[in-house]
Write a protein that binds this ligand. Structure first.
Ligand SMILES: Cc1cc2nc3c(=O)[nH]c(=O)nc-3n(C[C@H](O)[C@H](O)[C@H](O)COP(=O)(O)OP(=O)(O)OC[C@H]3O[C@@H](n4cnc5c(N)ncnc54)[C@H](O)[C@@H]3O)c2cc1C
Length: 379
């Protein structure tokens, strides 16, 4: 994709080129751990985190650019969506000084990783229904509950768990965030078998009387929702970057193939039935990318409300563009689209993730119907 300096600064273009070069060196057959370590050492995993804690002092604009370029080279790092983007953001904005000192330098250079757990099987898209509860016991907190589909718990040093505490005045449960180190007693994770060929796995979590010190609570007990939302906008922008990278990777493979594969007088790319859907996929990815930049820009400028709408729209647009680009790429390769050698068919499943997580296509349409258009709610 072209990058006019009017739309993208020279620094961003240079960062994009450097990350793309790293991605090309690793390519589709990448080893996650090696790439994570290397990207961390080069400062790419912490570009959004504060400089005083070893980060790059940039924002989600830079971090999303890194993830998009790695994905474009066929080697996306899914945990960038959770570790530096959600957890890094929430801790740097709301964490205690001790939490910042303990976690941010490691999240920035990749030596520490943090997963993020909000989803529960009985709540699903309606996260207001989560039932993982935290009760005070002296100075400690005791957590009980279950989570599903939590990515990377096996790799992560800790999981940022969304639980609920009881409001002393109203008795109502309110969301709260806790850092739960992987080896904490009572914190169990078990693998969920997925039909996904991905280097990061998903887990079910059981929190069985997990006892945590007071310092495990992130930020203010009364500002849980605000803190949670602060992490969710970066998550959406980063999921858009993940989808865009994958869509671009698939499209590039299809274009290469369409230029050389010849079964009549001309390469198949000369047939408009092949060329036009590829052109359409390119346009849709480029449009989604513009919206992603808008969302990142608003977020980094401190406009959480404006970023909320744009991040939802960017995630929606990028996921849809990715699903269509991957589908067309597989089709362009004919039978080869389904071979292990070309490695595109597995992206069909992978592309669907961006349509479902972290918030589904329908929930974004609900959000836009209600928040942007002011239409009435059906639920
Ligand atoms: C690969 C992968 C990785 C994940 N990683 C994480 C992670 O690290 N941490 C984490 O917390 N979660 C994670 N998730 C969970 C993910 O965020 C949820 O799957 C997602 O929020 C949807 O919830 P659900 O699966 O329960 O679907 P449901 O809420 O059961 O929805 C099922 C379907 O019903 C539709 N639907 C539901 N309500 C409405 C409505 N009101 N109007 C219209 N349609 C509706 C949905 O759009 C969807 O199509 C991951 C999921 C996947 C697949």
């Amino acid at each position: 994709m072209s990058n006019s300096s009017i739309i993208e600064s020279e620094e961003h273009t240079a960062l994009r080129a450097a990350v793309a070069a790293l991605g090309r060196r690793h390519g589709r057959g990448y080893d996650r751990e090696t790439l994570w370590r290397e990207a961390g050492k080069l400062g790419y995993l912490g570009v959004n985190l504060p400089e005083e804690y070893g980060g790059g002092g940039g924002g989600i604009a830079e971090l999303s650019l890194v993830l998009e370029e790695l994905g474009g080279a066929g080697c996306p790092l899914l945990l960038m969506i959770v570790s530096p983007a959600i957890c890094g953001t929430v801790i740097s904005r709301f964490g205690t000084d001790e939490q910042k000192r303990q976690w941010l330098p490691g999240l920035a250079d990749g030596t520490l990783t943090m997963a993020f757990g909000i989803t529960e099987s009985d709540a699903g898209s309606n996260s207001h229904r989560i039932t993982t509860t935290a009760r005070r016991d002296g100075d400690d907190w005791v957590l009980n509950g279950r989570k599903v589909f939590i990515s990377g718990v096996d790799i992560a040093d800790a999981t940022l768990v969304v639980g609920r505490t009881e409001d002393a005045r109203t008795g109502r449960l309110k969301p709260c965030l806790f850092i739960v180190p992987r080896d904490t007693e009572g914190f169990h994770h078990s693998l969920i078998e997925m039909e996904l060929q991905a280097v990061e796995k998903q887990f079910e979590l059981v929190l069985d009387d997990v006892r945590l010190p007071a310092g495990a609570l992130v930020g203010d007990e009364d500002a849980g929702l605000l803190q949670l939302f602060a992490g969710l906008n970066p998550e959406r922008v980063m999921t858009a970057a993940f989808a865009l990278g994958m869509g671009r990777y698939a499209l590039d493979r299809a274009v290469e193939y369409a230029k050389t594969r010849q079964v009549w007088q001309e390469p198949i790319g000369a047939h408009q039935a092949i060329a036009h859907p590829l052109a359409q996929a390119h346009i849709e990815l480029e449009l989604a990318r513009l919206m992603m930049r808008k969302a990142a820009h608003l977020y980094d400028a401190g406009d959480d409300t404006g970023a909320g709408e744009a991040a939802n729209m960017a995630k929606y647009a990028a996921a849809e563009a990715c699903v269509r680009a991957v589908d067309q790429a597989v089709h362009t390769l004919g039978g080869n689209g389904l071979t292990r050698e070309y490695g595109l068919a597995s992206l069909i499943t992978a592309a669907r993730v961006a349509r479902i997580a972290p918030v589904s296509r329908e929930m974004i349409l609900n959000y836009v119907s209600h928040q942007s258009l002011g239409l009435p709610k059906s639920y």
